[in-house]
Design a protein around this ligand. Structure first.
Ligand SMILES: *Cc1c(COP(=O)(O)O)cnc(C)c1O
Length: 404
């Protein structure tokens, strides 16, 4: 995104023109950015050509999954719905892994029927359930077991998943027990050790720690794994303060690990692929003033973009037309929903804004639209994909009749 003659543009398209033609609020994705992210990700780890499974929960637009698939990526899914979606988008089941702590019998059965690459189990009970279903279906089912490496990802506590107090994965002791269980099972083939310690990780050191744990555990077990699934979690910069994840360092650590263990690496990135490709364009409905600040009341709300309300996450906000006139008031960007957490950001020294102006909320491609809801019976916004100067509508705005 950049300003051309003071007008904010996504690739070659002006934000203003998008709003006029398609209305607001609206999610816009840049194909160029998406392509660049995927190519960079592949390049960063090219020496060991991992299988990259896009974490579908970060963005569930079928058209985007289709585009991502074209670059050779598989999918990481966490529900039957996402599995259906990935298959519908054309992702080969041989490139699909299924994660999640609470897969139902129906979900497991469906995954077994579809012959996906791996079901990554997260508990003793789940492994037994997979065994039971596999036996009924007379299939040898390939699974991974998710290890909880008790590693602090040094990220927001709400999106940290690799510490022992988190519900994810199993501890070392249970892991060993389950390896033995699988050895004695005719219905399960244990192919993978999986880990995923959290999201929006900006420091490579937690990954280093995680790999040290994995390394030690593989040494201890007498079992030949085919894959190590390192999960996703690679962070992006939402604010100027965020330093970038050092991919070169992460790559080095993995290469060192692979010298000791001949295994195929799987990644499950979501945010790092799609996060900075998305922008939410919104119009100012009213500006309401009080003694200390101005409330900028937008037509986008927490139902459209939940991350600030859910995790206190920050997203950059940009005006659609740049001016030099700074406001001396503090601006609080809020939505119309009847919740005090329905606010996006509080900013000082923002340029002066007036009612009906447009703003862009940046880096909303991941966990933006996929977390949206119909709270307050607000319609979910439309989504468009920008390819150079072309625009493709990839989701129509919801209609009231869809909800009544
Ligand atoms: C959410 C999730 C991911 C994706 O995380 P990102 O931070 O978006 O890369 C990958 N694997 C699992 C198991 C997840 O739950």
């Amino acid at each position: 995104m950049k300003y051309i003659s003071k007008k904010l543009t996504i690739d070659k398209v002006k934000v203003q023109d998008i709003a006029e033609k398609y209305g607001t609020p609206i999610y816009c994705y840049s194909f160029n950015k998406l392509k660049k992210n995927i190519k960079n990700f592949q390049k960063n780890f090219s020496s060991f050509s991992p299988l990259i499974c896009f974490a579908v929960k970060s963005n569930t637009n079928i058209n985007l999954i289709r585009e991502i698939k074209k670059f050779g990526l598989g999918a990481d899914v966490v529900s039957k719905g996402e599995l259906l979606m990935a298959i519908k988008a054309g992702v080969s089941p041989k490139k699909i892994v299924f994660s999640g702590v609470g897969k139902t019998s129906e979900e497991i059965s469906f995954a077994v029927e579809k012959k996906i690459l791996l079901i990554n189990a997260e508990s003793e009970s789940e492994v037994r359930e997979i065994d039971r279903i596999a036996k009924i279906k007379k299939r040898k089912v390939k699974i991974g077991i998710r290890l909880n490496p008790n590693t602090d990802a040094k990220t927001l506590s709400q999106i940290s998943t690799g510490k022992k107090e988190n519900k994810f994965g199993v501890n070392e002791k249970i892991f060993f027990k389950l390896v033995n269980f699988c050895k004695n099972s005719k219905n399960i083939s244990l192919k993978c050790l999986s880990v995923h310690i959290g999201s929006q990780i900006l420091d490579y050191k937690p990954y280093e720690k995680m790999l040290r744990v994995v390394d030690r555990i593989i040494d201890k077990i007498n079992h030949k794994f085919e894959f190590i699934d390192l999960g996703g979690g690679m962070g992006i910069s939402y604010t100027h303060k965020d330093k970038k994840l050092n991919y070169a360092k992460y790559n080095e650590i993995i290469k060192k690990f692979l010298k000791r263990h001949k295994l195929k690496i799987i990644f499950e990135p979501g945010r790092s692929i799609i996060g900075d490709t998305g922008t939410l364009i919104s119009k100012i409905i009213y500006i309401k003033k009080n003694e200390s600040k101005n409330f900028i009341i937008l037509d986008a709300a927490m139902n459209d973009l939940m991350r600030p309300a859910l995790y206190g996450a920050h997203h950059k906000i940009l005006p659609s037309i740049k001016s030099k006139r700074k406001s001396n008031k503090t601006y609080e960007f809020v939505g119309p929903i009847c919740e005090s957490t329905d606010k996006f950001n509080t900013l000082k020294n923002f340029q002066e804004l007036k009612e009906k102006d447009l703003i862009a909320i940046c880096d909303v491609g991941a966990y933006g639209m996929s977390l949206s809801s119909n709270y307050n019976i607000r319609l979910k916004p439309s989504e468009i994909l920008i390819k150079g100067s072309k625009i493709q509508i990839i989701r129509k705005k919801q209609k009231y009749k869809d909800l009544m």
